[in-house]
Design a protein around this ligand. Structure first.
Ligand code: ATP
Ligand code: MG
Length: 327
């Protein structure tokens, strides 16, 4: 077994990745990939909680691997794999589902936010159990660090509770993982109301061209009290200002002064912001184009990741079965 500690982190293949993924999770994945052994999960079963359409799952999964590679994930260090291809996820999920109450899952704030954002009237049994499957995802690989956005922190807490419960009941098998957040753990979406999210569509995509980025950023809701250039603005309530803090750090104080005085209008400010985002995404776009033209390479990376992940998952399940004496 490798001496390095493991990281497990994943994303749902529900569409192309956006800026929130990059600044909330992917940047940490890349930063930590030499220090830890990173396992990156394509959560295709989790996608079923909000998307019943399965025809696009495979293509979305391939697109996501391309986005991950483009963001700098090194497939030699970091296996990437689909949850649905490794049956041990389903097996461990079933065992874990006996170790947590429905009342605990109903208190999950992430679920409440999602139900509100997606205006869902009813949720499935599997959707309620989302964090239980996620606990299985993380603990199958004995992940000790989970680099995620803020919305996922309550899920990591549930994972810790399940690990503790299992260890108390059957013997020490699992670590209690810690979440790892970036400075931008909840990047707001272009509508200004909720976090940037694939399902809500309030996004700038990693694959967007500079023109598309500008068009998207132009639609952003800014300071609602600043109607026209000349009106004094309130940068702290403006999501474009948040984006400047990430993508245009050197001009932040100048932008604050000029926005507050009214000298800087939203149209110019957005144009500048879009250009800086486009610059930041240029290397990602370039790598993306390479992998889009080398799909066989992408598929081979996925197959290799699935083989490596499966070996670890099988080993953990043997330990689980032995601890539970269900051999
Ligand atoms: P969906 O709307 O389908 O749930 P999503 O955009 O929320 O998609 P996920 O696949 O659920 O994306 O999340 C993948 C990872 O990216 C998680 O760690 C999540 O916390 C992080 N993440 C997603 N959106 C943001 C955001 N706006 N800011 C910071 N991190 C984010
Ligand atoms: Mg989500």
């Amino acid at each position: 077994m490798s001496a390095k500690k493991r990281i497990l982190s994943g994303m749902r293949p529900t569409g192309k990745l956006h800026l929130g993924h990059l600044v909330g999770a992917l940047e940490n994945w890349v930063a930590l990939q030499n220090e830890y052994e990173n396992y990156h999960l394509i959560a295709d079963y989790h996608a079923l909680t909000t998307n019943v359409e399965t025809k696009e799952l495979y293509q979305n999964s391939i697109d996501m691997v391309i986005d991950w590679l483009a963001a700098g994930i090194d497939p030699v260090h970091s296996p990437m794999f689909r949850q649905s291809q490794i049956k041990e996820h389903a097996e461990l999920h079933l065992i874990f589902s006996m170790l947590i109450t429905t009342a605990r899952l109903e208190r999950n704030p992430t679920l409440k936010d999602q139900v509100r954002d997606l205006q869902m009237d009813l949720i499935s049994y599997g959707h309620l159990g989302y964090p239980v499957l996620q606990a299985a995802d993380i603990l199958l690989y004995k992940g000790v660090v989970v680099p995620v956005g803020e919305d996922q922190v309550p899920h990591i807490e549930i994972t810790r509770e399940i690990a503790r419960k299992f260890n108390n009941q059957y013997g020490e098998v699992f670590p209690e993982p810690e979440p790892k957040l970036t400075k931008f753990a909840r990047l707001p979406g272009l509508d200004g109301d909720s976090k940037m999210s694939k399902s809500t569509g309030n996004t700038v995509l990693l694959s967007d061209s500079p023109e598309q980025i500008l068009a998207r950023v132009k639609t952003a809701v800014t300071d609602r009290q600043k109607i026209r250039k000349g009106d004094p603005g309130h940068p702290d309530v403006c999501l474009i200002f948040t984006y400047h803090q990430k993508f245009n750090l050197s001009e932040v104080s100048e932008i604050r002064t000029n926005c507050e005085s009214g000298a800087l209008g939203c149209v110019d400010c957005k144009r500048n912001c879009a250009a800086k985002i486009a610059d930041a995404l240029a290397p990602v776009r370039e790598k993306r184009a390479y992998y889009e033209a080398h799909l066989d390479e992408v598929k081979a990376i996925l197959a290799d990741g699935e083989r490596r992940a499966h070996a670890v998952a099988q080993e953990t399940m043997q330990q689980v079965r032995a601890a539970m004496t269900i051999g």
